[in-house]
Design a protein around this ligand. Structure first.
Ligand code: GCU
Length: 612
C-alpha cells in the first residue's frame, strides 16, 4: 500500500483516559477545529517519517469538492449507491512539487486540488505525533481519517498539527484541500510579478517526539556581543522544573540550565566563538539535551548591526553585494525546493560575486537558507506583503503578523539570515504606515538581533534629483529603495550628476535595479528599450554603477534579478514568452552582457572593504 509506514506504539494507561476525554470533547463539539500550530523548526534533526512521494489527487477546478465533502472518502454501501468522486483510480502528483508543472491541464490553473496520502501507523509507547508541512501554496485545509485537523493560509512558511490523539492504529488517510486562488485579502493579494505555483510545494513529514520534548529554541549572539549568548529553549509537555543541557563539543562547552514552570529555559552563556562570515562560514554542532529529548543543530554565531550610515558584520564595515532570487528551479522551472536547486542558484550568485541574496518576495525553502549559510552567503528573508495590500483589514494585519512569526520562527537560528524584510513597494497611507510600524515593533520583540527593513519605491525623481521622503524608514535599520532608472524611468540627466536627498541618515541599500534583455538578442537598435537587446541592459548597468558612485550612505546594492523567471504578466511573444527577462542570466543560466558589468563592480567593491 502506498505510504506504508509501520511504527510500533502502545498507550500508557493515563493517556487512555486523556484520549477518552479528548474523544468525548471532539464528539460533543463536532470535532476540534485546531488551527495550525507554529511549526517545529530544524525538522531534519527530529525523528521523521517522510510522507513525500506520490499522493492521489482529485482536480477540483469548479470547487465542488467542498459540497461533496471529499474528505469523507465515501464509498458505495448499498447496491443502489454511487459516489461522484474517488481518489482511487484517479491521477496522482509528486510531493513536494507544485501542481502547475506536473499536469498540462493545470499549467495556468489557480484552483483547488484535493490531495490524499494513506499511511499505516502502529502505536508506539509514550510518543507524540505531529503532521508537519514545509509549505502549501496558498491555503491548506487538512483532514485526518475524515475529520478536520485545521487550516493554514500562506504559501511559504511551515505549519503543523499534533495528531497524537487522532491517528488510528493501522490505516490512516490524510486529505489536504489546496487552493492557490488569489484573494484581495491575501499575502500576496491579487497582483504579483511571479508565477503562482500551487500545491504541496515543500516536504511533508510525520514527526515523532517524546511526550515531553524540545519544542523550540533560540541560540544566537546577543545584539551587540561577539561572545554572549542570550537565548532560550522551550520544553513542551512538562509541568515541573526540568534541566536543559547545552553542549558545543568543539568548544568543550557543557552547561546546564533550569526551566521555569511553563517550560521556558533561559540560556545565557559566553564562549570564544569563531565568528561566522562569508569568508569563514563557521558552524558549530550545538546539542540541546532535556531529560527526555535531544536535538542537534548546526549553528553559526555572528554579529550584525548598523552604526551611523554603515552596516557592520562582526565589527567590520561591509558593502552588501547582492542579487534578488525567486524560488524557481534552475533550467526546469517550477517551484524550487531541493538542496540541488539551492546549490545551483547560490552557486550562480557566488559566481556573480555576491555576499548576500535577497530571497524575493517570500520565505524560500529551508534548503536555500541552510545552503546559503554553509556557503557563506548572507540572506535577506522577506514576507509577501507585496504592493497592493489591504492594510485597513484586521484580517490582513493578523496574516502579516502570522507570516512574520512563522518566518522568524523557522529561520531565527540561521545566522546567515541578517535582514528581515517586512514589505515590498507598498504605497504610503495611514493604514500602511500603522500596520508596518506595528509589525516592525513586533519583529524586534521576536528577534532583536537582526536588521529589519521594508522596501519602498515612492521616492520622487525630478530634475535628476532623487528625494527619499517616506517617514516609514524611521522604523527600520536600513533604507531599502527599489529604483529602475534607465528602464521604467528614463534618466533626466547624466547618472553621475544625480543628486540624492534622504529623509533620514541611515545605511541605504538599492534593493532592486535593472532592466530586461533576451539573451542573444542582437536585433534592433541597441539604444532602444524595445529591442530587448543585451546591449541596452548592459548600458542600464553601466549607468547604475555611475549612480551608485554618487549615492551617499550606500551600504549595498541588490540587482533585480539573478535569472529570467516565469511571470504570466510578461506577455511579449518574441522577447518575453511569459518570462520576466530582467535576469543577469537567461533561464538556462547563460550570462548576459550586463552580468559582466555587475561582476566587475562587485570585484571592485570587494577590494574597497577590508571585510567580506
Ligand atoms: C518591482 C517588484 C518586482 C518586479 C520588478 C519588475 O520592483 O519588486 O517584484 O518583478 O519590479 O517589474 O520586474
Amino acid at each position: 500500500m502506498r505510504g506504508k509506514i509501520l511504527i510500533k506504539r502502545s498507550y500508557p494507561v493515563h493517556s487512555v483516559f486523556r484520549n477518552f476525554t479528548i474523544t468525548l470533547i471532539i464528539i460533543l463539539t463536532g470535532f476540534s477545529s485546531l488551527h495550525a500550530q507554529n511549526a517545529m523548526m530544524n525538522v531534519d534533526a527530529r525523528k521523521l517519517i517522510s510522507l513525500n512521494g506520490t499522493w492521489d489527487v482529485i482536480l477540483d477546478p469548479a470547487g465542488g469538492g467542498e459540497w461533496r465533502q471529499i474528505w469523507l472518502e465515501k464509498k458505495p454501501e448499498k447496491k443502489t449507491d454511487f459516489i461522484e468522486y474517488s481518489f482511487d483510480g484517479g491521477p496522482s502528483l509528486q510531493v513536494p512539487g507544485d501542481f502547475n508543472t506536473q499536469m498540462p491541464e493545470l499549467t495556468y490553473e489557480e484552483c483547488m486540488v484535493w490531495y490524499r496520502k494513506i499511511f499505516n501507523y502502529e502505536l508506539d509507547s509514550g510518543k507524540r505525533l505531529f503532521l508537519h508541512f514545509g509549505a502549501v501554496n496558498y491555503t491548506a485545509d487538512v483532514y485526518l481519517n475524515g475529520k478536520k485537523l485545521g487550516s493554514h493560509e500562506g504559501g511559504f512558511t511551515p505549519f503543523q498539527f499534533e495528531i497524537t490523539d487522532f491517528v488510528k492504529s493501522g490505516r490512516n488517510s490524510i486529505v489536504v484541500k489546496v487552493n492557490n486562488q488569489r484573494n484581495k485579502e491575501g499575502l500576496p493579494a491579487l497582483g504579483f510579478d511571479w508565477f503562482n505555483y500551487g500545491g504541496i510545494t515543500r516536504d511533508v513529514n510525520l514527526i515523532l517526539t517524546p511526550r515531553r520534548f524540545i519544542e523550540d529554541y533560540f541560540i544566537q549572539l546577543g545584539k551587540h556581543s561577539f561572545k554572549e549568548i542570550n537565548g532560550w529553549v522551550k520544553i513542551n509537555g512538562i509541568h515541573s522544573i526540568q534541566d536543559v543541557r547545552i553542549l558545543i563539543p568543539e568548544l568543550k562547552l557543557n552547561k546546564i540550565f533550569k526551566s521555569n514552570q511553563d517550560g521556558m529555559v533561559p540560556v545565557n552563556f559566553s564562549a570564544a566563538f569563531q565568528l561566522w562570515s562569508p569568508e569563514n562560514p563557521k558552524l558549530y554542532n550545538v546539542i540541546i539535551e532535556s531529560e527526555t529529548d535531544t536535538v542537534a543543530d548546526q549553528i553559526g554565531f555572528r554579529n550584525i548591526e548598523v552604526k551611523g550610515n554603515q552596516i557592520f558584520l562582526n565589527g567590520k564595515s561591509i558593502f552588501v553585494r547582492a542579487v534578488n532570487i525567486h524560488e524557481e528551479k534552475p533550467i526546469k522551472g517550477g517551484r524550487a525546493n531541493s538542496a540541488t536547486d539551492a546549490r545551483v542558484l547560490l552557486g550562480w550568485a557566488r559566481d556573480l560575486g555576491c555576499n548576500l541574496v535577497r530571497l524575493a518576495h517570500y520565505p524560500h525553502n529551508e534548503n536555500m537558507v541552510k545552503m546559503a549559510e554553509q556557503m557563506g552567503i548572507m540572506v535577506w528573508d522577506e514576507i509577501p506583503v507585496y504592493q497592493q495590500i489591504q492594510f485597513s483589514s484586521p484580517v490582513v494585519q493578523q496574516k502579516m503578523n502570522q507570516m512574520m512569526t512563522e518566518m522568524i520562527g523557522r529561520d531565527k537560528n540561521r545566522c546567515g539570515v541578517v535582514i528581515w524584510s517586512l514589505s515590498n513597494e507598498t504605497n504610503s497611507s495611514p493604514d500602511r504606515d500603522k500596520s508596518l510600524i506595528d509589525l516592525s515593533k513586533k519583529c524586534r520583540l521576536l528577534d532583536s538581533t537582526r536588521l529589519i527593513t521594508s522596501v519602498i519605491n515612492d521616492q520622487q525623481y525630478k530634475n535628476n534629483n532623487i528625494r527619499v521622503w517616506d517617514t516609514l524608514y524611521k522604523y527600520f535599520d536600513v533604507m531599502s529603495i527599489n529604483e529602475y532608472l534607465g528602464w521604467y524611468v528614463p534618466w533626466q540627466g547624466r547618472p553621475a550628476d544625480t543628486k540624492w536627498e534622504f529623509v533620514y541618515q541611515k545605511p541605504v541599500i538599492i534593493s532592486e535595479f535593472g532592466g530586461e534583455a533576451k539573451f542573444g538578442t542582437n536585433i534592433g537598435p541597441k539604444d532602444e528599450a524595445a529591442s530587448w537587446s543585451e546591449e541596452y541592459q548592459e548600458q542600464i548597468y553601466k549607468d547604475q554603477v555611475a549612480l551608485f558612485n554618487v549615492t551617499p550612505n550606500l551600504a549595498g546594492v541588490c540587482a533585480w534579478i539573478l535569472v529570467d523567471y516565469h511571470s504570466p504578466t510578461r506577455m511579449h511573444p518574441v522577447y518575453q514568452q511569459g518570462y520576466n527577462r530582467k535576469g543577469l542570466l537567461s533561464e538556462l543560466g547563460e550570462k548576459k552582457k550586463a552580468w559582466f558589468v555587475l561582476n566587475q563592480y562587485y570585484k571592485s567593491k570587494k577590494l574597497d572593504y577590508t571585510s567580506p
